[in-house]
Design a protein around this ligand. Structure first.
Ligand SMILES: C[S@@+](CC[C@H](N)C(=O)[O-])C[C@H]1O[C@@H](n2cnc3c(N)ncnc32)[C@H](O)[C@@H]1O
Length: 234
């Protein structure tokens, strides 16, 4: 019996290399790791969650789907209590604040032997600024669609040098280069979000308003370039 997986999680799995030892941080139900083992993609999965109940559910799902022998389960805040014997860390379905606190507590992840697959649910520009400041580079990024929702998924490595600023913290160069057919629609949504922020700031004005206005202009230029190269929106 195959486990059902959302496009969002399938896209995260798409960045896992054959034979990888994977650490799924915030595993919840454990579906991602179970899928990776069922498909013979990962060789071993460390499933970790900060709460007991999701971890129990991951364990019972792993048994139900017959992959528990190749999984280990850890009650852990981020990577604090897990072994460091993995190649690829997946962190999906969390906000930027949680991801930043997990990564900040583990500077040992800044090593060429680790790859991070991150799917951030909220405040993504904050995470992208943090990553580039800390020397992490977004090597690849793409979009997944589930119903009306669009989710960016990125593959990150420790490679200091590329500092993201302005509109690139919203739409990374890697995402721009992805050629994803979902990119025009995603960029339109990002632009609407910034326009709404600007509306909220219009009474107070000041430097925050001016920053958002500059950002909006950059995003609109990005969008126009995309229309020229990709031929319009969805
Ligand atoms: C919304 S669920 C996402 C589950 C799954 N990764 C996905 O994308 O479908 C977030 C999970 O992360 C766990 N979590 C939140 N903060 C965490 C932390 N600091 N360390 C480990 N797990 C955490 C929660 O308990 C919850 O099970």
């Amino acid at each position: 019996m195959k486990i059902p997986l959302s496009n969002r999680l399938l896209t995260c799995c798409g960045y896992v290399r054959p034979g990888d030892r994977v650490a799924d941080i915030g595993c919840d139900h454990g579906y991602l790791g179970i899928h990776l083992l069922q498909e013979g993609i990962a060789s071993f999965v460390i499933a970790a969650d900060v709460k007991e109940q999701p971890l129990h559910s991951a364990y019972s799902n792993a048994r139900k789907y017959g992959v528990s022998e190749n999984m280990a389960f850890y009650l852990s805040d981020g990577v604090k209590n897990i072994p460091r014997t993995f190649d690829t860390l997946v962190c999906a379905g969390m906000g930027a604040d949680t991801m930043i606190s997990i990564l900040s507590a583990a500077p040992w992840l800044k090593a060429s032997c680790y790859r991070l697959i991150l799917q951030c649910q909220s405040k993504r520009p904050l995470l992208q600024s943090y990553l580039s400041r800390e020397g992490y580079a977004i090597r690849r990024e793409t979009l997944a669609q589930d119903g009306k929702f669009l989710y960016p998924v990125m593959e990150v490595v420790y490679e200091p040098g590329q500092i993201l600023t302005g509109a690139h913290t919203y739409i990374s160069p890697a995402l721009l280069e992805s050629g994803s057919p979902l990119l025009p629609a995603f960029l339109d949504r990002v632009i609407v979000g910034v326009e709404n922020t600007l509306l909220g700031l219009s009474r107070t004005g000041g430097s925050a308003y001016e920053e958002q206005q500059t950002l909006l202009e950059q995003l609109k230029r990005m969008r126009a370039r995309l229309t020229n190269t990709q031929g319009g929106s969805l």
